[in-house]
Every structure is written in structure tokens, then in C-alpha cells.
Design a protein around this ligand. Structure first.
Ligand code: DQA
Length: 145
């Protein structure tokens, strides 16, 4: 299972802690890997600030029919290219946002990704990642949406 993180999420912990909390991305990765071990899943956790790299990872997941947890960060609101890549995914896709994007600035209230995601978790802090992994692990239909 892939957990993919978009731009600026490598700054988690330091970046606007009043919005995103004080947990670092390394902590989130460790929690996801520990949960994966508990659930019997291998969790491949990645972050990039490069849109091309992210799209390449999504293509790889599409080819492997691998379920994906994706926090597209700012690309949520800007990237038709990332949406098009996600539309090709054959297994479950859970879009995760740490903050409640619907309670923030108007430009954050539209997601290009949501229309091609299986489901969306927003506003539950970094726990959203673990909830997404649990859902993908438990939901048989996530293996072929
Ligand atoms: C975010 C919300 C986005 O609007 C923002 O650009 C991010 C993080 C979140 O996890 O709450 O970088 O995806």
C-alpha cells in the first residue's frame, strides 16, 4: 500500500503548527508503518515537492493496481494532471487532508482529486492517515474499485 504526500508536507511539525499540529512527517510515517505491520500490510510512505515525481508514483500504483492513500497538499486545488493520473488507479484511493479544508479559505474548498477518489478524510489531523489505511485494509472493494 502506498502513502503519498505532496508539497510542503515534509515541513510538517514546523509548518503552521496551529493548522497542521506538531507531529512531523517522519512520525506519521512511523505510525503508518507500525499500523501496517499490525494489519499485515507493507506501507511504502513517500513525500515529494515535485509534481512530475508524484505523477510517476501514481502511474506506478495504477500499473501495480496498488491501493493509495494520498495527501495531494496544494496540488489538490491546482492539478488537473494529478487528477488525470489518479483517475487511472484501479484499486482504492483515499484522499487525506490533515486540516478541514472546507472550513478554510475558499480556494481550498475545491479538490480536483475528490471526484476520482474512493473517499475523502479531512480535518481529523494526522489520524486521518491511519483511518485511511484501516479502511483500505478492511474494505474488500478497495482492491478493485
Ligand atoms: C492539506 C490542505 C491543503 O490545502 C494544503 O495546501 C496542504 C495540506 C492538509 O493536509 O490539510 O498543504 O492537504
Amino acid at each position: 500500500m502506498l502513502v503519498l504526500n505532496g508539497p510542503n508536507l515534509g515541513r510538517l511539525g514546523k509548518r503552521q503548527p496551529e493548522v497542521y499540529g506538531s507531529t512531523t512527517l517522519a512520525d506519521v510515517a512511523a505510525r503508518c508503518r507500525a499500523l501496517g505491520a499490525e494489519l499485515g500490510l507493507e506501507v511504502d510512505f513517500r513525500q515529494t515537492d515535485s509534481e512530475a515525481e508524484m505523477i510517476g508514483w501514481v502511474h506506478g500504483a495504477a500499473d501495480a493496481r496498488e491501493p493509495v492513500v494520498l495527501n495531494p497538499a496544494a496540488w489538490t486545488h491546482t492539478s488537473v494532471a494529478l487528477r488525470d493520473a489518479c483517475a487511472e488507479l484501479g484499486a482504492g484511493l483515499v484522499e487525506v487532508h490533515i486540516s478541514n479544508v472546507h472550513a478554510r479559505e475558499p480556494f481550498r474548498q475545491h479538490s480536483y482529486v475528490s471526484g476520482v477518489a474512493t473517499g475523502v478524510i479531512a480535518g481529523l489531523g494526522v489520524r486521518g492517515y491511519e483511518l485511511a489505511l484501516r479502511w483500505l485494509a478492511e474494505e474488500p472493494s478497495s482492491a478493485g474499485r
